[in-house]
Structure formats: C-alpha cells, structure tokens
Design a protein around this ligand. Structure first.
Ligand SMILES: *Cc1c(COP(=O)(O)O)cnc(C)c1O
Length: 394
C-alpha cells in the first residue's frame, strides 16, 4: 500500500534542495539585544521587539502582579464567561493612545484580520487590496468571500483604476493595506490612499502591525504619522511587535468595533488574551505615554545602521523604517550569508519564497531601541566581513 503522506516527504525534500527549508533556532534566553541561540551568545538582528519591551522589567512586574490578583486564563470566550475588567481597560487605553473612538482586543494581529475583514464585507462586495499585503489580510479577504481585486504595490494610480473599473459592480467596498510592509520596510502612502478612497464610498482599513509603537508621535502609529485622525475607519494593530507581548487590536470607528463584539468570529469563538498578556500591554501603554525616549532611540539606531550599511555598499531596498532588508537575490546565497553571520555571532535570518517573491531573497535586519551603539557597530563589522567573503560587496 502506498504511503498517503509520502508527498509531504517529497515536498520537504524540495524545500531543502531549493534553500527554502525553515531551520528554526532554539533560544535559551529572554528576548533582547543579545540572545543565547542553540547555546551560543549572539547579537539579535531578527526580532520585532522594536522597543525592547519583550523583557522590560515594568512589563514583567505588571504581569506578575496581575497573575497574583486575577490568575492566568480567561476560561472561556468573553461573550459566555464574561469579560475581565483588565481587557476593557486595555481597550480603552489603546483607543485613547491612538486617538480613536473605540478599540477591541484579539488573541493576535492575525486573528484581528480574520475577524474584521469578513465582518465588514461578504459575497457581492468588493475588496481592493495591495498586492504585497500580509498573509493574514489575504486570508481574511478569502474568508470573507468578497471579490478581491489587487492593486500594484503602493501604487495609488492603480488603486484608483481598480476602484474606477470595479466599484460600481459591487455592494460594499473595503480598501485595505499594510501600514508598514513587513518584508520591505516601506510605508503605504495612506494620505493619498485616503484621498482616492474617499470618492468611492469605501471603508478604509490599514494593518499597522509594524507601525504601532514605531511610527507617529511617540509610536501612535501610521494614522498619527499622516495626521489622518478620524479618516481611517479601521486600524488593525498587534501587541506582539513593538509592544513586546502578544495580542491584536482593532481600533477606529465605534460602530465597527461594536459590530466586531457581535460578529467578529475570533472574538465570539476563541478565548481572549491571557491576564499576564493584558497586564503587560497596559504597562507598555504606560511607558509609551510617559516618554518618547524608546521610540526616539529606535529611530536614532535605525538611521545610523542604514546609513552605515549603504556606505558599505549593501542594497537595503525601499525601507524607510527600522525594518532593514539586505537584498541578496537567490535564496541559497541568503541562507549562506545568514549562516556565516551566525558563525560571526550575529543572528539575522534569511527570508525567501513564499514570504518574499522568488529571486528577492534577503537578510532582514530588525533594529531595536535595545541595541547599544556598540552592538550596531559589531553587527556592521560582521556584515562587512561576510559581505566581502561572499562577494556581495567589495
Ligand atoms: C506580524 C503581522 C501580523 C500578525 O500579528 P500577530 O499579532 O503576530 O499575529 C499581521 N499583520 C501584519 C502586517 C504583520 O506584520
């Protein structure tokens, strides 16, 4: 009898052969500028821990205190077992922080997208979506059963064309974009997207996962960055990146948030964030509201690292944010580069297809406020050495 799962072995072998197999490293230290990875102390250039909050003493303490008071788990979905005051508090604080009418939390940013998109559009409706949008947006769009039209990446003319050609054939319409594109680090032209969208009776949604805690005044996000308060209907955010914890948020129009409490499927059918997660996120909001120091340091580090990488001759793509792609082309080269960096004490992952298009493999460096100047210099030195060794720079 043939093995019905033989095909998986074949597919896995194909991944190995094409340099696309995900080799997952094991950490034995907290997140921070330095990590212990597979027993080796290495400089951390790959986490989304933009502000160094993942192991911040204030967040750790807040989580411990909350556990003492409320325990750990929410014990059922909120509509059935009741909602904890802590979750409401986080939602109100997030809404105030972002300057929006209301906010609702989810278990993750991924779930937030799966909740909001199918709640807003369905069969007979239209979604107009940037071609490089995050996988969770794509999955949310597919779940909705609305017609999906993609427009060229960050191309407002093409967005206008899609709306002009297709809008009138459908009932409701949603225009959706990543705020900061996670693999390229470029920022969506949300001001222009808003201007175009306005003329077509469309709901405007931005997924600000990599902008939350990074862009705008004191990390208030992309809507604040462009001063589009009250104009963007839905902002999806994550609490797993700059906020250093885990969870998702939908912030914006109060009607939409209320609708999600009634019809967001991951809200209705999956339990909420745990107590320590929520308490730690509340401490993160406290920190961000008290001072812009961490966000300022993040940008100072970003400017320094990018400038020095370009001086060394590396192609850092279109990024204008702390996400710094180092473009290498073919996946095997990116993997070899990453291995050699690791040997040199720098942990920076290679990223290839399907996360980025074929032939656009890269190392993605994630800059953090937790990096000291000396850390960045050590990283630059390793990049220079490996880059010369592999003939990427001269
Ligand atoms: C990381 C990311 C998500 C997922 O966030 P999680 O909270 O980790 O589930 C969603 N959208 C975008 C654009 C992201 O970069």
């Amino acid at each position: 009898m043939s093995d019905k799962l033989q095909w998986i072995e074949q597919e896995l072998q194909n991944l190995h052969d094409s340099g696309l197999y995900n080799q997952i490293r094991t950490l034995s230290s907290p997140q921070g500028a330095w990590l212990v990875v597979d027993g080796k102390r290495v400089l951390n250039f790959c986490s989304n821990n933009y502000l160094g909050l993942a192991n911040h003493p204030r967040l750790v303490q807040a989580a411990k205190d909350a556990i003492d008071k409320y325990g750990i788990g929410p014990a059922a979905v909120r509509t059935i077992a009741g909602t904890m005051g802590l979750h409401i508090q986080l939602e109100q604080r997030m809404a105030a922080f972002k300057g929006v009418e209301d906010a609702i939390s989810f278990q993750s940013g991924f779930n937030a997208n799966l909740a909001v998109i199918p709640a807003l559009v369905g069969r007979g409706d239209l979604i107009v979506s940037d071609e490089l949008n995050h996988a969770s947006i794509i999955d949310g769009c597919r779940l909705s059963r609305a017609k999906i039209e993609r427009y060229a990446h960050c191309d407002v003319q093409d967005l206008a064309r899609a709306l002009r050609e297709h809008r009138s054939e459908y009932n409701r319409c949603l225009v959706v974009t990543d705020g900061v594109f996670s693999m390229d680090g470029d920022v969506a032209p949300l001001d222009e997207i808003y201007r175009v969208t306005q003329n077509y009776d469309a709901i405007l949604m931005v997924d600000d996962a990599h902008g939350e805690g990074v862009l705008g005044r004191g990390g208030r996000g992309i809507v604040d960055h462009y001063e589009l308060h009250g104009k963007v209907d839905v902002e999806v955010g994550t609490l797993s990146k700059a906020f250093g914890v885990v969870g998702g948020v939908v912030a914006g129009n109060a009607k939409i948030v209320e609708w999600l409490r009634q019809r967001g499927r991951p809200f209705l059918f999956s339990s909420a964030m745990t107590v320590p997660d929520v308490a730690a996120c509340l401490a993160a909001v406290d920190l961000l509201e008290e001072s812009t120091a961490l966000v300022d340091k993040l940008w100072e580090n970003t400017r320094y690292f990018k400038t020095e990488m370009r001086k060394l001759g590396f192609d850092t793509g279109q990024s204008t944010t702390p996400i710094t792609p180092v473009m290498l082309g073919e996946a095997p080269l990116a993997q070899e580069f990453s291995r050699k960096l690791f040997d040199a004490g720098v942990f920076a992952m290679a990223i290839g297809y399907p996360t980025v298009p074929r032939g656009k493999a890269r190392i993605r460096v994630m800059i953090s406020a937790s990096h000291a100047q000396n850390d960045l210099d050590q990283g630059l030195e390793a990049f220079a050495r490996v880059g010369r060794q592999l003939g990427v720079v001269s």
